[in-house]
Ligand binder design. Structure first.
Ligand SMILES: [Zn+2]
Length: 138
């Protein structure tokens, strides 16, 4: 049995609960089901999004040739991308990227503004100090 797969034995009366992918495809979910760790039965929504955007065959194709260590990250990407795409069918992840880029640009502008204020403040205090020196020497 896959250790990542949640155990529903104590929670459900149905010990053979299929994962969301197998439930959708109306097939028996086996212990070695490649999608079960990522699409548990109680999270049908994630599967529906991934299936709508990529299709089950493509999700399996994408993850099949990956190193098993990378598979979980790839599945998280697939789920994230398809969920964002479901929320924003026009821009999808590009909308998230554009929003983050504008936040970065705003942050950089704020940093540059703060640096200019700091430089100006240092110049003002040096000018003030030199005026005080020349004022006291006269
Ligand atoms: Zn399954």
């Amino acid at each position: 049995m896959n250790p990542e797969r949640p155990s529903n034995v104590s929670k459900n009366t149905n010990n053979n609960q299929s994962c969301a992918a197998c439930k959708f495809q109306r097939r028996k979910c086996t212990a070695d089901c490649p999608l079960a760790p990522y699409f548990p039965a109680e999270n049908q929504r994630d599967f529906n999004h991934a299936h709508r955007l990529f299709g089950v065959a493509n999700v399996l194709k994408i993850t099949k040739n990956l190193d098993p260590i990378q598979r979980a990250d790839a599945m998280r990407s697939i789920i994230y991308e398809s969920t964002v795409h479901a929320m924003d069918p026009v821009f999808g992840c590009r909308g998230v990227t554009a929003h983050l880029q504008s936040q970065i640009a705003r942050g950089i502008a704020q940093i540059n503004n703060a640096r200019q204020q700091l430089v100006q403040s240092k110049m003002d205090s040096k000018e003030e100090a030199s005026m005080n020196k020349t004022g006291s020497s006269v």
